[in-house]
Each structure stands twice: as C-alpha cells, then as structure tokens.
Design a protein around this ligand. Structure first.
Ligand SMILES: *Cc1c(COP(=O)(O)O)cnc(C)c1O
Length: 379
C-alpha cells in the first residue's frame, strides 16, 4: 500500500456491529466482561479505547511502525518516552529545540537526575564528543524549530545504535508524508499530532510510533500507569484530520516554496531559513532524507530588532499571530518571545535565534493572497 492509500485505509475497517465507515467515538470508561478478565481486548478506557486503537493503527501505518501509542498531548508523549530513563542517565538533544521540550528536559527531568547535553546536531563530531557511558538517548528534531536546520537521521541513528543508545525523532515539523524516520534507522518517532496530523488547530494530541518491542512495552505501561491518555473525541478528530494529510501538506508546501523565493528577493528581509532553498546549508541532506521540504519557514529582517518584527506581525491579516503550526490556516509567530521564551536569552543567541526572527507556518490559502498580505506588512 502506498502512502495516500494508507492514510485512508491503514488499520481501518468498517465497525463490525453497524458497518459504520468511520470509527465511532466510543465514549465509555469501561467495558462489560463475560467473566473476570474475560473480555474482548478492552477492560478499562485508560488502557485502551477502540477509537484510539483505530488512530494508533493509522499512525503506525503511516510511519511504517509495528505499533503506536497515543497521548493527550505531544509533551505527554515525550514525558512517557523520557520515563524509560533512570537517574544518572544522559540524553543528547538538538540545541535548536522546541521550547516546551527544552522546558520538560531542564525543569522536569533534570531535577530527577537525568543529564541533558544540547548540541548542534549538524556537526556529527560534536555528537560523538558528547557521548559518555551514561548516554541512553539521542533526541533529534528535524527540521529544527525555528531555524529549520536539517539533522542527519540516518547518521545519528547509527551513532546511537553503535553506542547502545536509542534514537528518538520528533517528526512534528515534517509529518510522515514528508519524512519517515523509522525507515532511516530511528528507534522511535514522536508527534505533536496537534500540528500536521490533526491539521485543523482544533485538538491537542500526541503520539509515539515504534517497532522496538522494549519501547512499545514501556509506552503501553506508561499509558496504563501514568494515564496521559487522549479522549475518544480527540482521537476521532485526529483520525479525521489524517485522512487529508497528504493534500493539505502538498498545498502548504507549494505555497511555502513561492513565499520563500519571494522573501529571499525582498530588500527588507535579512535571511530566509527554508530547507528547500539552494542557499540552505543542508539543502542536499534535506533532498536525501525528506520527500519534500515542509511548510515551515523563518526569516530575519534587515532591521534586526524585536520592535521591527513585532511591527511587521501586527500588520498581517491572513497570518494570524499565534503559537502552534501545521493547521490549514497560516500562522505567524515571534519565537524569541513566544515559543522559545522559556529558553534563556544567552542560550537562544548562542543557537543563532535572533531577536527579529519571524516564524511562519504556511496554510492552504491561495498563495496570491498570502503574498499580497506579506507585501502590505512590509510597506
Ligand atoms: C508543539 C510541539 C510539541 C509539543 O506538542 P503539544 O501537542 O503542544 O504538547 C513538541 N514538539 C514540537 C516540534 C512541537 O512543535
């Protein structure tokens, strides 16, 4: 089965009692048992729910994984994965990381004795130097947020495996339509399904997919034991969103290519970050590991101040100023004060995150209207 067919059919069967083509929203907390521990695979809805199962099979299919576990948010999915670690363990992570991930690492898990190194992952020798005998995970985000750098998933998965560590890829920015990390050797792939998978900015949802039996077992244990599970309605919304993933992403990507070319030629723009541009330092790597370059971009202004960025964003009409990404509508944000506000200024600047940096999540609107809107905001 190819990707577009999987998005509609992977793990999906008509519901057996009624023939419903879409999985019903099983709004129940518990399930009748024929006798003690004699049930049809479901005993209590914290551990499992048929609407959730249909979604998990679909995401597993898209990522080419044996299994998937869904969570109430992307950070809950990360939290469950990190609970595989024990005090003294060490994690190497991308230095250009989603702000909420950075906060989870440094403010929740570090106080429990987990060590984190934040490394420029475009430099493989820096990764090798950061490994130590306690390193248990290499945590990869690619394209990175908000600088859209590309990290070599294949090479890093090899480094992790040789070291006996797990490679985890946050695939939120690319979506499985554009990048499938498990095919490149990663041990687990995680999503803030809030973004491209659900795709309509109407639900918070997370997922981890893997074919590694230790990881799958641990995730099932966490689902049952720590219980950050999504409700059936949220599972239904995410599942519904995924059916159109390919067409949404395709349109957003084609809009993004037009917008990035236009921005690159604009006199008031400093630098445009987009892996699809030949000027991007890892353009070739992006061609190798992605099917296309995504619909996230960021750029600085030639007037590199927070004030200039704020003034620009206040003038756009179709680009709504908001956190988040991956929905059908275009969003604009200022990472230094919004998504990455929890990262100290020195750390931000060291990673190259400038004060005027503006991030855009390109939606599926008509590109002529989006260009006209940006043009007005510059004038
Ligand atoms: C949004 C996001 C998360 C967190 O997911 P939530 O669903 O908001 O909890 C993690 N990683 C990336 C790259 C994100 O964009």
């Amino acid at each position: 089965m190819k990707f577009n067919t999987k998005a509609i059919h992977a793990g999906q069967q008509p519901e057996p009692t009624s023939g419903a083509v879409m999985p019903p929203i099983f709004q129940t907390s518990t399930y009748a048992q024929a006798g003690p521990n004699n049930h049809q695979g479901y005993d209590y809805a914290r551990a499992g729910n048929p609407t959730r199962t249909a979604l998990e099979k679909l995401i597993a299919g898209l990522e080419g994984a044996d299994e998937c576990a869904c969570f109430s948010s992307g950070v809950a999915a990360m939290d469950a994965l990190l609970k595989m670690l024990r005090p003294g363990d060490h994690v190497i992570a991308t230095n250009d990381l989603y702000g909420g991930t950075y906060r989870l690492f440094t403010q929740v898990f570090q106080p429990f004795g987990i060590d984190f190194s934040f490394v420029d992952m475009t430099n493989l020798s820096l990764i090798r130097q950061s490994l130590n005998t306690s390193t248990k995970m290499i945590w990869i985000e690619t394209p990175t947020n908000p600088l859209l750098r590309i990290v070599d998933i294949h090479a890093l998965s090899d480094i992790a495996r040789d070291h006996g560590a797990l490679s985890i890829v946050d695939n939120t920015f690319a979506s499985p339509y554009l990048q499938r990390p498990l095919e490149l050797g990663a041990d687990a792939v995680l999503h803030s399904a809030t973004k491209y998978l659900a795709g309509h900015s109407d639900v918070i949802h997370g997922a981890v997919a893997s074919s590694n039996s230790t990881i799958i077992e641990q995730l099932r244990f966490q689902v049952k034991s720590t219980g950050a599970v999504p409700g059936p309605m949220d599972c239904y919304l995410t599942l519904r969103g995924i059916k159109t993933l390919a067409v949404r992403v395709e349109r957003s990507v084609s809009n993004t290519k037009v917008i990035t070319q236009w921005l690159e030629d604009h006199p008031k723009v400093g630098h445009v970050n987009y892996p699809g541009l030949v000027s991007h330092p890892q353009h070739q790597l992006a061609c190798d590991q992605m099917d296309d370059f995504g619909a996230m971009l960021s750029f600085t202004l030639s007037d590199d101040t927070q004030e200039a960025a704020t003034a620009f964003m206040a003038r756009t009409r179709y680009f709504t100023l908001a956190e988040s990404l991956g929905g059908v509508e275009s969003l604009i944000s200022h990472p230094a004060s919004m998504t990455h506000g929890s990262i100290p200024k020195e750390v931000r600047e060291e990673a190259g995150l400038k004060d005027s940096l503006i991030r855009i999540s390109v939606g599926i609107e008509d590109v002529e209207d989006l260009l006209a809107d940006l043009d007005d905001a510059f004038s």
